[in-house]
Write a protein of this length. Structure first.
Length: 140
């Protein structure tokens, strides 16, 4: 998905490295925010009867990833709390992947769109795992 065609919001533009002053500066948060927007756009075409069963669920789980990263940043004083929130964020990313597997099986998205969102969510999971592995550098 070409994000520049979808929004003029500077927060959704390509990632830039900068000093971490806020959870918004974390690459994982930026990636998660972009992915949740992709999910929103992709699920607009889901059938009406899936509004509560699938559409709301996948939107909720994808949005939870970014919010849990923000919460992890707030809890960085305690390494275990930081890691716990990042683990939860990983779980929500994987839950989103599972929902998109179902969407693919039901024919709501193309294989190409599935690959696109799956890749984005997998990259977020990898970024979160690296943050967990190096939690001491984020905490204190």
């Amino acid at each position: 998905m070409d994000m520049k065609d979808e929004t003029n919001n500077p927060e959704l533009r390509p990632l830039r490295k900068r000093a971490i002053k806020s959870f918004r500066d974390l690459e994982a948060y930026q990636m998660a925010r972009r992915a949740s927007y992709q999910v929103f756009v992709m699920t607009r075409t889901f059938p009406r009867e899936e509004k509560y069963a699938m559409t709301d669920q996948v939107r909720r789980s994808s949005r939870a990833v970014a919010s849990m990263i923000g919460e992890a940043r707030a809890r960085r004083r305690y390494v275990a709390a930081f890691i716990d929130k990042l683990n939860q964020a990983q779980g929500e990313a994987m839950k989103s992947q599972a929902w998109f597997d179902q969407a693919l099986d039901c024919g709501y998205i193309s294989a190409e769109k599935h690959t696109e969102i799956d890749f984005a969510l997998q990259a977020i999971g990898g970024k979160l795992q690296r943050m967990i592995d190096k939690a001491d550098t984020f905490c204190g």
